[in-house]
Design a protein. Structure first.
Length: 331
C-alpha cells in the first residue's frame, strides 16, 4: 500500500498536476493525502470483499466481480469525499481551488479502485481457469476409471462364463431366444465402449441399453430378479451420467441375495423433484465383505464435476436407494 501510494504521488509530480491546476498546497499535504487515500481504498475494499463473500455465496465469479467493483467504487468515492471534507472543513487546511482538489481526489480514488479490481479480477479468473482445468483432468481420470471398471465388471470370469453358459444352454436347446441373447450381450458392450467418453446422455438412451442388460440378468437369474419401471415419458429427454443405472443394478446384485423364494426387487422411480431414484430391498449376502462403494463414489464425483449437483444415498432397515439428479435437456 505504501509503495503504491508513493508511486502515485511521484506520478502526480512527474505529470505536473499541481502546477497545471494551480494547486499551491504544501507538498506534504498532497503526499499524505495520497498515502492515506491509498490505504483507505485498499483496506475498504478488503473489508468489503469479506462482507460480499458472505452475502453472495452462490454468485458466479463474474457477478461477484461486478457487484464488488461497483460497491468498491461507491466506497472509494465516499472515502475521497470524506478526506476532502476533513481537510477543507474540519482541519481548515490551506487548500486553493477546493472544487478542483475534490475532483482530483475523486478521480484518484476511483482510478485506484479500478486498478485494484483489475488485479483482483485477473487473480480470480486465473484461479477459476486453473480450477476448471483441474476439474476437467479429474473428470477425464474418473471417466477412464469408470470405463475400465465397467469393462472389467462385464469381462470378469463370473459374468462372462455365466452368460456363456446361459448362451450354450439356449443354443443346445435350439431356443430362438439365443439370437436375442447374443444381440443383448453385444448391445451392452457396444454402449459401454461408446458412451463413457460422454459427460451426459439422455435418460431415454440409457434406458434403451438397460433393457438388453436386464434381459441378460433375467436369463442369469430366472424368476429371482424383478425390475420395476415407474418413469413418466416427459423425463426421457432429461440427462444423466452414462452407465450410472447399470452400475446401480450391479451394486444391488453384488450385495444382495436373489432367489425365487426371495426375489431381488429393483425399482426405478422418477417424480416431481427432478430426481431418478433407484431402490432395492435389502437381502444381504452372508459372505458379503466390506463394501468399497467404488461405484457410488464414481457416480457421485462425476455428477459433481459435470453438473455441480449431488446424488443422495439412503439406507433403511429394509431398503436401499440412490437418487440421481435428472438434468434438464435445456442445460
Amino acid at each position: 500500500m505504501l509503495g503504491l501510494g508513493i508511486y502515485s504521488y511521484l506520478n502526480s509530480l512527474f505529470s505536473e498536476v499541481y502546477r497545471y491546476y494551480g494547486i499551491r498546497s504544501p507538498w506534504y499535504d498532497a503526499f499524505f493525502a495520497i498515502i492515506l487515500l491509498t490505504i483507505l481504498v485498499w483496506e475498504g475494499n478488503r473489508l468489503l470483499e469479506a462482507v460480499l463473500k458472505k452475502r453472495l455465496k452462490t454468485a458466479t465469479p463474474t457477478r461477484f466481480l461486478l457487484v464488488f467493483f461497483f460497491s468498491g467504487s461507491i466506497v472509494s468515492i465516499l472515502l475521497g469525499a470524506a478526506i476532502w471534507y476533513v481537510a477543507t472543513t474540519l482541519l481548515r487546511l490551506p487548500v486553493e481551488n477546493s472544487q478542483i482538489t475534490l475532483r482530483l481526489i475523486l478521480t484518484y480514488s476511483t482510478r485506484m479502485n479500478l486498478f485494484l479490481h483489475i488485479l483482483n479480477a485477473i487473480f480470480v479468473l486465473v484461479k477459476e481457469y486453473k480450477n476448471k482445468q483441474v476439474e476437467a483432468e479429474e473428470f477425464k481420470r474418473i471417466s477412464s476409471q469408470a470405463e475400465l471398471q465397467s469393462i472389467k465388471n462385464q469381462l470378469n470370469p463370473h459374468f462372462l462364463f455365466n452368460n456363456l453358459n446361459v448362451l450354450s444352454g439356449l443354443v443346445i436347446r435350439d431356443n430362438p431366444e439365443a439370437n436375442k441373447f447374443i444381440e443383448a450381450f453385444s448391445s451392452v458392450y457396444r454402449y459401454i465402449l461408446n458412451s463413457q467418453q460422454k459427460e451426459l446422455v439422455e435418460l431415454k438412451t440409457e434406458l434403451e441399453v438397460i433393457q438388453p442388460y436386464v434381459f441378460l440378468l433375467e436369463k442369469r437369474f430366472p424368476g429371482s430378479l424383478l425390475i420395476k419401471w415407474e418413469i413418466p415419458d416427459h423425463y426421457m429427454l432429461h440427462k444423466i451420467v452414462p452407465a450410472s443405472l447399470q452400475m446401480l443394478i450391479e451394486n444391488a446384485i453384488k450385495h444382495n441375495i436373489a432367489s425365487k423364494a426371495s426375489p431381488l426387487i429393483i425399482t426405478f422411480l422418477a417424480n416431481g423433484d427432478e430426481m431418478l431414484t433407484v431402490s432395492n430391498n435389502i437381502q444381504p449376502k452372508a459372505s458379503d465383505g466390506p463394501s468399497t462403494q467404488w461405484g457410488l463414489k464414481n457416480i457421485s464425483r462425476r455428477y459433481e464435476l459435470v453438473t455441480g449437483e449431488n446424488i443422495t444415498v439412503s439406507k433403511g432397515a429394509f431398503s436401499f436407494s440412490v437418487s440421481l439428479p435428472l438434468i434438464s435437456p435445456t442445460l
